[in-house]
Every structure is written in C-alpha cells, then in structure tokens.
Design a protein around this ligand. Structure first.
Ligand SMILES: [Zn+2]
Ligand SMILES: [Zn+2]
Ligand SMILES: [Zn+2]
Length: 144
C-alpha cells in the first residue's frame, strides 16, 4: 500500500486516517505557512460537512499538528506546526502577518517573543502577535 505524507503525519500523531482528515491535512501541506480558517477550508472542500471539518481542526490542534491564531475580527485561523514548535511545551516562536493586499495571514518568524511581567498575579496562557503589513508576494507586485 502506498503511504502518503498525510498518513505519515496522522499516524505520528496517533490519529486514524479518514478521507476528510487526509483532505484537510493536504490543504495545510499545500498552503505551507499560510493560515486557513474554517470558512477558507469549506471553500476548498465544498462537499464537506461543516461540523466534521470543525471537529477535525479541533483534533489537529489538540494533537499539535496545527496551531491557531485569532484575527482581530475574531476568526480563528489555523496553520501547520513546523520545526519551530518546541516539542516540550509547544511554544510558537513566531508571529503572524496579516497582509492588507490579499488579506491572508502568514506564519512569520520573530527575533524574540515579548516577556510579560507576571509578578502582579496575572497568568499568561498564550501570546499571539499579529503584524499588519504586506506579504512577500504582494510586496513584489507592488515594487515591480
Ligand atoms: Zn505548533
Ligand atoms: Zn499578500
Ligand atoms: Zn503560525
């Protein structure tokens, strides 16, 4: 039996391979460092059931195949976890860039993460940084 890349990722995460899971994962693998929302995915997989895809995204995030970032309009966007996800505590040492031209959001490396003061009793669960700007492709078009 031919084993594809999607099945390798799923079996590493101890997730059973189903047609929907393979299709969702394939979308993320072909979109590299671009984030996709539930709506984006349903546009690609228009035959799929919304609740199934929603559960698949939740599962992938719980199993650390995907990470998520909530954009300013409240929409949860997902992207593939890569080698910059530290295995131990799964910290994402990157921010996300929201492109004003194509309105896509991309995983973007950062030099360092800000460190929050926690002495006053606050507890930080997750830091997410979204930069506004222009992505590489749109930038090239603008300066040609
Ligand atoms: Zn991750
Ligand atoms: Zn762009
Ligand atoms: Zn990311």
């Amino acid at each position: 039996m031919r084993v594809n890349k999607e099945q390798v990722v799923l079996s590493k995460a101890n997730i059973a391979s189903t047609p929907n899971r393979v299709l969702v994962l394939r979308l993320f693998l072909t979109h590299n460092n671009t984030t996709l929302s539930l709506g984006d995915i349903l546009n690609f997989l228009c035959f799929a059931e919304k609740s199934t895809i929603f559960r698949t995204l939740q599962l992938f995030e719980a199993k650390e195949i995907l990470h998520s970032v909530v954009s300013v309009d409240g929409i949860k966007n997902y992207a593939l976890c890569t080698q910059d996800c530290i295995v131990d505590n799964h910290t994402h040492l990157h921010g996300h860039l929201k492109c004003k031209e194509c309105s896509l959001m991309f995983c973007t490396p950062m030099v360092s993460l800000p460190v929050f003061e926690t002495r006053l009793g606050v507890k930080i669960d997750k830091v997410q940084i979204i930069a506004n700007g222009t992505c590489k492709d749109c930038n090239q078009v603008a300066y040609q």
